[in-house]
Design a protein around this ligand. Structure first.
Ligand SMILES: [Zn+2]
Length: 402
C-alpha cells in the first residue's frame, strides 16, 4: 500500500461542506467518547465497534444534519475510537510525569481521563483536522483534463479535479498520477489552513517487471475458476458457494414480502449489501490473481467468453461468473500491457475442448459438457477436459503472434 498526497483547492462552498463533515466527525467521536467514559465510571464495558455502529444509526435519526457527512467517515471514526481504547487498555494505565507535574502546578485533580493513552476529546480549535473516506462505487475519482500546451509548445499544468463523496469537482494539484487502485482518501486541513488529499492505493505494479519467458494458456470455468496449461488450477474463493447460497436465501426472502412494505425495503437493503460484499471479495480475488499471473508470465492466452457453457448453469451463478470473467479480462489486459507483456484472446468459436492437444485430432463427442475426462481416439492419450483446453488455448494463441 502506498499513499499519494496532493494539495487541493476547495472553493468557498466546498470548504463549507468539508468543514461540516469535520464537525460531524468530531461530534460523533466526542459523543461516543463521553458515552464510553460514563460506562467506564459505572464499571460497564466499553462499547464495541458494532454496538457503536448501531447506536450511530439512532443518533443520525435524532440529528439529521449528520447525514450531510459521508457515511464511511463516521464509521471510520468509530473504528478509530475502538482502536484507541484497545491501545489504552493494553497500555500501562499510569499517569505520565508531564501530566502529574501539570496537575500539581494547576492544582487539578487527576482522573482516569488523564491516564496515558486514554482517548481525548477532539476540539474544533485544533488547527489540524482530517477524515478518512472509503472508496465505494467510484465515489472517489480524479478527473483528468487533456494536457494543455502554451503557445511555445511547453506543457501547461493540467487543470484536474477530484471527485469526493458529498463534494464534487475540487481543484487538485495533480502533479503525478497515483498508481494502482484507490482504497480510501484521507482529507486533511493542516495547521497552515491548506487542504490536502492523500489517496491510499494498493495493487501498485512494479515499474521494472522482470521478463520470465513464460507463456501460458488459461481455461476459465465455473466450478474451477481457472485451469492453467502449466498444470496449476485456481479454485474459486472458499466462501463463493456459501455466499451464493446466502444470496439465494435473501432473494427469496425479499420476494416473499409484500411490495412497498417496510420489511421488503429492509430485505432489499440487506440483499444489496450482500451483493456488494460478494462483489468486493470477487474483485480482491481477481486483483490478486491477475497481479500474480502478469508477474509470472510474459505471454498469456485466454479464450473469449463461452456463452454456451454458461447457459448450462443456473442464472445466478452465470451472472456472477459473467461479471468475474469481464473483470478478469479487463484487469489482465491493463496489467499485461502496462508491464509491456502480451495478452492474446483466442476466438470463442475455436473448439479448444474438443481438440487433442497431443495429436490435433478433433473429437466432437467431447462437446457434451458432462465429459470431464476423455481418451483420444487417434493417439490414445487420456485428457482432463480443462487442462487439455488450456494447452490448446496456448497453442492457438501462440499461432496468432507467430
Ligand atoms: Zn490425440
Amino acid at each position: 500500500m502506498r499513499g499519494f498526497k496532493y494539495r487541493i483547492y476547495p472553493k468557498e462552498n466546498q470548504i463549507l461542506k468539508l468543514e461540516e463533515m469535520f464537525c460531524a466527525k468530531r461530534y460523533v467521536w466526542n459523543y461516543f467518547l463521553e458515552l464510553n467514559m460514563k460506562r467506564f465510571e459505572k464499571k460497564f464495558g466499553i462499547l464495541t465497534y458494532t454496538e457503536m455502529s448501531k447506536l450511530l444509526t439512532q443518533l443520525k435519526q435524532e440529528h439529521s444534519w449528520l447525514y450531510q457527512c459521508e457515511k464511511s467517515v463516521l464509521q471510520n471514526v468509530l473504528k478509530d475510537l475502538s482502536k484507541a481504547y484497545t491501545t489504552f487498555f493494553n497500555g500501562p494505565m499510569t499517569y505520565s510525569v508531564k501530566t502529574i507535574k501539570h496537575a500539581k502546578n494547576k492544582g487539578l485533580e487527576l482522573t482516569f481521563y488523564h491516564l496515558q493513552n486514554h482517548p481525548k476529546f477532539k476540539s474544533y480549535k485544533n488547527p489540524h483536522q482530517s477524515m478518512v473516506m472509503n472508496l465505494t462505487n467510484n465515489n472517489i475519482e480524479v478527473i483528468e483534463k487533456k494536457a494543455e500546451y502554451t503557445s511555445k509548445g511547453q506543457f501547461k499544468k493540467q487543470n484536474c479535479r477530484i471527485k469526493l463523496p458529498k463534494v464534487k469537482g475540487i481543484k487538485i494539484a495533480y502533479s503525478r498520477r497515483y498508481e494502482g487502485r484507490i482504497l480510501n482518501a484521507t482529507l486533511s486541513k493542516e495547521a497552515d489552513g491548506k487542504y490536502y488529499v492523500s489517496l491510499c492505493c494498493t495493487d501498485i505494479l512494479e515499474k521494472h517487471v522482470k521478463s520470465t519467458d513464460k507463456a501460458i494458456g488459461i481455461d476459465l470455468g465455473i466450478t474451477v475458476f481457472a485451469t492453467i496449461s502449466d498444470g496449476q488450477t485456481v479454485a474459486n474463493p472458499k466462501h463463493y458457494s456459501k455466499n451464493i447460497k446466502k444470496l439465494k436465501k435473501l432473494q427469496s426472502e425479499m420476494s416473499r414480502r409484500e411490495k412497498g412494505s417496510k420489511n421488503r425495503e429492509k430485505s432489499r437493503i440487506k440483499l444489496s449489501k450482500h451483493h456488494k460484499k460478494i462483489q468486493n471479495s470477487r474483485n480482491n480475488f481477481l486483483h490478486e490473481l491477475t497481479t500474480k499471473l502478469s508477474r509470472q508470465n510474459d505471454v498469456i492466452c485466454i479464450e473469449d467468453l463461452k456463452a454456451k457453457e454458461m447457459l448450462k448453469t443456473n442464472r445466478l451463478a452465470m451472472s456472477i461468473s459473467d461479471a468475474s470473467y469481464n473483470t478478469f479480462k479487463l484487469l489482465l489486459t491493463y496489467k499485461m500491457s502496462s508491464s509491456k507483456k502480451q495478452l492474446i484472446i483466442v476466438d470463442q468459436y475455436y473448439p479448444s475442448s474438443q481438440i487433442c492437444s497431443n495429436c490435433d485430432v478433433q473429437n466432437k463427442q467431447v462437446k457434451d459438457l458432462s465429459v470431464r475426462t476423455w481418451v483420444c481416439p487417434k493417439c490414445g492419450i487420456k485428457h482432463n477436459r480443462d487442462y487439455n483446453a488450456s494447452k490448446n488455448i496456448l497453442k492457438e494463441g501462440l499461432k496468432q503472434i507467430a
